[in-house]
Design a protein around this ligand. Structure first.
Ligand SMILES: C[S@@+](CC[C@H](N)C(=O)[O-])C[C@H]1O[C@@H](n2cnc3c(N)ncnc32)[C@H](O)[C@@H]1O
Length: 398
């Protein structure tokens, strides 16, 4: 394939991607269509990505490098509406390995459909200055630079090697936004105040620096997630004096958690599980951890808890919620031959009591969707509130 044919093929695939996203209602405006059809995604994954597959022990990721692939098929894959994982475990790249790997994805080019949806949700006006947290490959940074002008965009990436790769790609694509390597949770005091902030990594709580660095009347668009992997996309309207408030938006949106907000290593938790414990029938079982709404509620109720499953000698799978900070645990054991569970709870907190009580409140309110919850932030406290007259609320961790 000649360079010209390659570029024409890529341009056609960008138009087709834009058509698909328009047809599904994700792409809603001409300026973002212009950005999507102009920015070459292949430049941002020039070092390859990891292709997801199934192995005998579960998911595996195989390196995919452009030089080793059919150029046309490569472009087709780059313009699929898929996330392309570019780094594992904070330092492993596709060029580093010959065969499949498993581990924790730590950087990616987010699927274009989600990037565009968030940019439409952010809806920055002409002339707005935007701060992005989580440059990643730089693809979303380039889309914003195209739409707003490079001098209106600043992006912060935590990982030095990822930041360097993004700078190379963004420059190669012809954009010159301000790029910072550092902790985006601290924002950018030098460039503040910004009109809007968008995060493509998730946070457990809204960083106070963001509340100070976005102008009153501006917007913060971010996913709020946590250690049980509950997640939701929230758009906050920033008020005066470090306050902000806004609803969760529709859809099951999740991102890699900001690295400083990542869960602590559980270490050897066997002694913790051997503490004296109470046991009772559980009203909710392990499905809580697989249900988008319920795991979000569980996380509000037990923000310090992490979930994992264990199994001894071919016995039943046990589902645990473990809070190493407080030294508390809840273990769900399936009942013999039944659909139910028993729960053992030990340590100072009764994690499963708290989780079930929160699910009760939600069910009593008619099991509303996530859009019925509001995040409210002040410098003193951040809460998630269920928008019903009795309005129960939960405090986000600090
Ligand atoms: C899903 S990727 C970003 C995708 C990117 N916007 C794109 O279009 O390619 C999330 C990125 O957030 C970065 N990140 C995690 N914690 C961060 C933090 N505290 N500050 C800035 N970046 C962070 C990760 O290193 C990762 O590169």
């Amino acid at each position: 394939m000649t360079d010209l044919a390659h570029d024409e093929h890529a341009a056609r695939l960008r138009e087709e991607l834009a058509d698909r996203l328009e047809n599904t209602g994700v792409l809603r405006s001409a300026p973002w269509r212009a950005a999507l059809t102009a920015v070459p995604r292949e430049v941002f994954v020039a070092d390859g990505f990891f292709r997801r597959g199934d192995g005998p022990q579960g998911t595996v990721w195989t390196p995919a490098l452009p030089d080793a692939e059919d150029p046309g098929a490569w472009l087709e894959e780059v313009y699929a509406d898929e996330t392309l994982v570019t780094q594992f475990d904070g330092g492993l790249y596709p060029g580093d390995v010959d065969g499949p790997v498993s581990g924790e994805p730590t950087s990616s080019s987010t699927l274009p459909g989600l990037v565009v949806r968030m940019l439409e949700d952010l809806d920055p006006e002409d002339g707005a200055r935007v701060l992005e947290i989580g440059t990643g490959t730089g693809y979303s940074t380039a889309l914003m630079s195209h739409r707003l002008g490079s001098d209106h965009v600043t992006s912060i990436e935590y990982d030095p090697a990822i930041a360097a790769r993004a700078r190379t790609a963004i420059t190669a694509a012809g954009y010159t936004p301000r790029l910072i390597q550092g902790d985006g949770l601290q924002g950018d005091p030098e460039g503040a105040p910004y009109d809007h902030l968008i995060a493509t990594c998730s946070v457990r709580t809204i960083p106070p620096a963001w509340l100070r660095q976005v102008k009153p009347g501006g917007t913060i668009l971010t996913t709020v997630s946590g250690w049980l992997h509950g997640s939701g996309l929230v758009r906050l309207a920033v008020g005066e004096n470090g306050t902000a408030e806004g609803h969760f938006l529709p859809g099951a949106v999740s991102f890699m958690i900001a690295r400083p907000h990542a869960a602590p290593d559980l270490g050897d938790f066997s002694a913790l599980l051997r503490q004296p414990a109470d046991e009772r029938p559980a009203r909710h079982g392990r499905d809580v951890f697989r249900n988008w709404s319920q795991v979000f509620l569980a996380q509000l109720a037990a923000p310090g808890a992490q979930h994992l499953s264990t199994r001894v000698d071919g016995g039943p799978w046990l589902a645990h919620a473990i809070d190493v900070g407080s030294g508390s645990f809840a273990t769900l054991t399936p009942d013999d031959g039944g659909d139910g569970y028993h729960v053992r709870q030990g340590g100072p907190a009764r994690l499963w009591d708290d989780i079930e009580a929160t699910i009760d409140v939600w069910e009593a309110a008619g099991s509303p969707p996530q859009t019925a919850f509001t995040v409210a932030a002040t410098p003193a406290e951040q809460t998630v509130r269920l928008d019903i007259p009795t309005g129960p609320s939960w405090t986000l961790p600090t």
